[in-house]
Design a protein around this ligand. Structure first.
Ligand SMILES: *[C@@H]1O[C@H](CO)[C@@H](O)[C@H](O)[C@H]1NC(C)=O
Length: 247
């Protein structure tokens, strides 16, 4: 018979295990079936937490103009000491393992929050994290899937990924092919055999042109150290991910 204290600890631990973060703006795909847990450790539900109903459209799909500042809102309070996040786009409306993702913004540290551990309020809390992004010039108007990916600083080595359908309007008239080639591939780890270190805000091997650092400088991984250990089975296997950005 467990004591009430042990029971309390058990409830705390199970709450910790279940309560993470969920993307609410832009409105994600398949909200009715989207839970707040990370991607499966074996990569089987990559991308976008594949499941039945994963790409069900929201009632209102976000419409975002090129250059407009748009809020990235996450629900929940299990911030796991923050970490590093990326915002990526693919032209695939139903992304698959073969989809090409283009990073449009990297947060190295302080994402979702600059915190020691978790915040209060439970799984449905909405804290003002102040995360924002803009669609860069060089992205043509049209329908895209946006992904928010997150590597938590504290806790199990995980990768979070929620996806949202968005419509981009008012795009640049610049030649697309040249522009597109300047958006790096999304960083993938912890689900593909390459594991990130705990306790630091990772630096992405290819963060792209728009990088925001919102964490404690002392928590940022040092430059030129391996960003993950192990050989990635899939994801960006061409870049030398044994070395993170030197800047
Ligand atoms: C973009 O997506 C919306 C919602 O699914 C759809 O109504 C619209 O026809 C799409 N536009 C294009 C250009 O595919």
């Amino acid at each position: 018979m467990p004591t009430s204290r042990a029971l309390g600890l058990l409830m705390l631990l199970s709450g910790w295990a279940r309560a993470h973060m969920i993307l609410t703006s832009p409105e994600p795909f398949g909200r009715d079936t989207l839970n707040n847990s990370p991607l499966a450790a074996d990569g089987s539900d990559f991308p976008c937490k594949l499941r039945s109903g994963a790409f069900e459209l929201p009632a209102e799909q976000a419409m975002i103009a090129v250059g407009e500042t748009y809020p990235l809102i996450l629900e929940g309070s299990a911030t796991h000491g923050g970490g590093s996040c990326q915002i990526s786009l693919t032209t695939d409306r139903i992304p698959s393992k073969e989809s090409k993702w283009m990073v449009i913004k990297s947060f190295e540290g302080g994402c979702p929050a600059n915190v020691e551990g978790n915040l209060a309020g439970g799984a449905t809390a909405v804290h003002p994290f102040g995360l924002e992004f803009a669609i860069p010039r060089g992205i043509d108007p049209g329908n895209y899937t946006l992904a928010w990916t997150w590597f938590n600083r504290i806790g199990n080595r995980e990768m979070y990924m929620n996806c949202a359908p968005i419509t981009i309007i008012g795009g640049s008239t610049q030649g697309l092919p040249e522009e597109l080639s300047s958006f790096p591939p999304m960083f993938i780890a912890n689900i593909n055999g390459c594991i990130t270190a705990e306790g630091v805000d990772i630096r992405f091997p290819q963060p792209g042109n728009t990088v925001e650092r919102k964490g404690e400088p002392g928590r940022l991984a040092p430059p030129n150290v391996p960003v993950c250990s192990g050989v990635p089975r899939f994801g960006d296997t061409e870049t030398d991910i044994s070395s993170s950005s030197p800047i």
